[in-house]
Design a protein around this ligand. Sequence first.
Ligand code: GBH
Length: 486
Amino acid sequence: MAMQKKLPRDFIWGFATASFQIEGSVDVDGRGKSIWDDFSRTPGKTLDGKNGDVATDSYRLWREDIALLKQYGIRAYRFSIAWSRIIPLGGRNDPVNPKGIKFYSDVIDELLKAGITPFVTLYHWDLPQELHDRYGGWLNKDEIVQDYVNYARICFQSFGDRVKHWLTLNEPWCVAVLGYGRGVFAPGRCSDRNRSQEGDSSTEPWIVAHNLILSHASAVKVYRDEFKPTQQGQIGITLNGDWEVPYDNSPENIAAAQQALDVAIGWYADPVYLGFYPDHMKKMLGNRLPDFTPEEWALVKGSSDFYGMNTYTTNLAKAGGSDEFQGNVDYTFTRADGTELGTQAHCSWLQTYPEGFRALLNYVWKRYKLPIYVTENGFAVKGEDSLPIEEAIKDHDRVEYFRGATESLYKAMYEDGVDIRSYFPWSFLDNFEWADGYGTRFGVTYVDYKTQKRYPKESAKFLIKWFREHQEQEPGSTTPLLSALP
Ligand code: GBH
């Protein structure tokens, strides 16, 4: 039998989290408020009115969390920095908070001591509230670009000697659409006056996206000009985006699948990697799509060292519908013959479909031609929230999800030749799942919110074992003691 190829030693794999979803301690050590503090405390915005005041208490339990990551034997840990811990009021003329810097600095040191590579997201949705109140946050180009760049520069200065992997923004599509279009995420603006007192869903998301792209590109320029020559790290953006399969073979549904990709992914990826907007977006939006000046295009094009991919599922794309954020395409999981695409997750938007992951990796590789860092991929098991702990940790559907995903990852690399450099299952811990509160669990580690005790699920063990078997190991390294895990 031919020797099976193994993932190289420097392939990065690990688990991912985000500051607001895990940290809690929202008014400790000088942290300023973020838009998610206010939003989640507003009645009716989150499931059962839950907020991030405690979350998984990781601001206090970070040493224990890193000890568990070490026990898992992972290579890397993806986490995000809370802007309002670094600069409580957020702006370029506002004071920096040394305690915030010290917190992340200690986390980074502890990770490195444990042999774990830090993979750092600068912005995972928790904008300082003050910037929103002061000038409209992401809506205000002249202010936000400078303030974001200032924040990023402080992070490069403070942590860049030890952090070699930076992500500027997590999922700008979600920031723009869910925060300013559908109004289901902070700051909750949208045209529906039953839902929000302010906002215009027909214009604001496109403006916010424009400002996000410029902020990202400007921070990358600062990194490349001022820090990369000495710090030698990689920097890029990470985009959400799921695979799209035409509902059937009709020409309009085949076109619909491409239109959906153009808005879900191309809205950001085409400018950043190719230097233009998808034609479908220009046609759909006319002058509502803010264009870049030639100088801005020069800044934006090529502003990511790699393709950062967050992906969870596949949609069947059907022409029609008026949802511009999906390219005027309807999504379904039910095929024309009545069968379902895969196993339904706890959240409506997610079903298993590993073939879609492989197809998306191929599509992105062919279109954008850069190494791919998979920075999120995961599954929420239906009903897991109501099971006793000893049942919940037997997360069969999540194991099957990751079995399919790792197989697709492997085939994309070794059968299709896609250049993939990392894989980060979402998430290390069950955590604050935004508008879904604590009712939806994505963790490979169960969190008992009454005691804050962590319990590894079967999926964590499956992934640890899979990478142990499919990746070349450091000489002399020992197998993580799976049976010894709590
Ligand atoms: C990720 O986004 C996030 O980065 C992470 O913080 C989060 O915990 C994780 O997913 C699990 O949700 O049509 O309004 O129902 C995933 C990408 C894109 C998934 C939008 C949900 C549908 C939103 N998300 N999608 S809606």
